[in-house]
Design a protein around this ligand. Structure first.
Ligand code: 5GP
Length: 122
């Protein structure tokens, strides 16, 4: 369901403004900001403002279709924004769960670029 009883994370503090972030894009539904520990010359995170139970993608159901679509559209638009430092393309990643390397339990999409990505996914 949409009810979210999961513990809050650092991303809730970024949404509330309690801790600062380098915001690159924002609308009513999603917030995008630079990763504090970038893994590429440009590394942006996209998060839903209302996590809506989405600690991870594996929790998604059909009722999250709208926010999931918005996050992917934002990823494409951000990756297409050369003023952010992207070239001709980007790597768009979701780490999901402990085995997927997820550390923050608030769904987020990574958009990495500014260099040519390799073929390894770690
Ligand atoms: P995960 O490993 O969960 O997919 O990615 C979490 C990401 O959040 C990591 O790349 C990490 O560097 C980033 N991150 C963690 N804490 C903060 C923070 O306080 N501010 C920003 N901008 N990024 C953060």
């Amino acid at each position: 369901g949409l009810r979210d009883t999961a513990p809050s994370t650092i991303f809730d503090e970024i949404i509330s403004g309690d801790i600062p972030a380098d915001v690159v894009r924002e609308d009513e539904h999603v917030l995008a900001f630079r990763d504090i520990n970038p893994m590429a010359p440009v590394h942006v995170l996209i998060i839903p403002k209302d996590r809506a139970g989405l600690t991870s993608l594996r929790k998604a159901t059909a009722e999250h279709t709208n926010i999931l679509g918005r996050m992917l559209l934002a990823a494409g638009e951000i990756a297409n924004d050369e003023t952010l430092g992207f070239g001709d393309g980007a790597r768009i990643v979701i780490n999901d769960g402990p085995d997927g390397g997820q550390e923050v339990n608030h769904l987020h999409v990574h958009v990495l670029g500014g260099r040519k990505m390799g073929r390894t996914f770690g």
